[in-house]
Design a protein around this ligand. Structure first.
Ligand SMILES: *Cc1c(COP(=O)(O)O)cnc(C)c1O
Length: 304
């Protein structure tokens, strides 16, 4: 059983024209929970359910929490999501819409996560947003769909928060023997924990996150993300908050799909015609999505 859907794969005419090369999109924004996260989290939830879990617990006020809430509703398992005080009304509303119990606690994700862990009792399963082999296994299905469609790109551009998506896509590429397809791993400058890990040769905890792309704001990437960068060709790219927001606006105009800045970050190198793309004729962008995005919020940020 899988809780994610097979997403559309299409060539973007506007982005291909702009970039002067073929640009393909994997439209994860249309997943039922609004982002690719349901692939990995859905897979993990199905597995925990099979092992008899009676409740799922998450500490994410964003797309990971929404994926857990969606999975719980589909599987008939109770869900508790702890969210920080900073969680938006919209995020809380979407979580409640999925039937999850929402507990607001803590000023930062670290505090919220600490609190969530104290809730864990017998029969409860904790769902980490990115650092879990089950999650990488689930995210890898995205590459299975590319292979099934016979669409092998010259490079894949994706955004990096905690590195779960990167780890899963690398696993999928390995599974299909596509070790020659490089990953272009994009972060915003204020949330560059993957870049810091690559530069230091070990994972590093950033002192603070300074980016409106809160979804990319994991202070430290998972060890697996760094391992992937050693075993697979991965290039780290940085973009600005403004370019990520601009990409959200332009992508909405081009493809009528609204994504959050964490996803705009992955699209920004295409809209900005970044020199790092010049080596590739056929680029696949993972349009990772974002359920809590609103046009008002994106424009308010851009205006600041
Ligand atoms: C979670 C998420 C990311 C980052 O994924 P990681 O697995 O944390 O690297 C990027 N974009 C969106 C929309 C997300 O939900």
């Amino acid at each position: 059983m899988s809780l994610h859907i097979e997403t559309p794969l299409l060539e973007s005419r506007p982005l291909s024209m702009l970039a002067g090369r073929s640009v393909w999109l994997k439209l994860e924004a249309v997943q039922p929970s609004g982002s690719f996260k349901i692939r990995g989290i859905g897979h993990a939830c199905v597995e925990h359910h099979r092992r008899g879990a009676k409740r799922f617990i998450s500490s994410s006020g964003g797309n990971a929490g929404l994926a857990v809430a969606y999975a719980g509703r589909r599987l008939g398992v109770a869900v508790t999501v702890a969210v920080p005080e900073t969680a938006t009304e919209r995020a809380k509303e979407l979580l409640r819409q999925e039937g999850a119990e929402v507990l607001v606690r803590g000023d930062s994700w670290q505090e919220t996560n600490q609190f969530a862990l104290t809730l864990l009792g017998p029969g409860d399963a904790f769902l980490h947003p990115f650092d879990d082999p089950l999650i990488w296994q689930g995210h890898a299905t995205l590459v299975d769909e590319l292979a099934g469609a016979g669409c092998k790109p010259d490079a894949i551009v994706l955004s990096v928060g905690g590195g779960g998506l990167l780890s899963g896509v690398a696993e999928g590429l390995r599974r299909h023997g596509w070790n020659d397809v490089p990953l272009l791993a994009v972060e915003t400058e204020g949330a560059a924990s993957f870049r810091a890990a690559v530069d230091a040769g070990q994972t590093v905890a950033l002192a603070r996150i300074d980016s409106i792309a809160a979804t990319l704001g994991a202070k430290r990437v998972c060890e697996q993300a760094l391992r992937c960068a050693r075993e697979h060709p991965v290039r780290s790219l940085l973009t600005t908050d403004l370019d990520a927001l601009d990409a959200c606006e332009r992508f909405l105009a081009d493809h009528r799909v609204l994504v959050e800045p964490a996803c705009g970050a992955a699209l920004a190198p295409l809209y900005q015609r970044a020199p790092e793309l010049a080596d590739f004729d056929k680029i696949l962008a993972i349009v990772c999505g974002g359920a809590t995005a609103t046009l008002e919020q994106i424009r308010a940020w851009a205006g600041r």
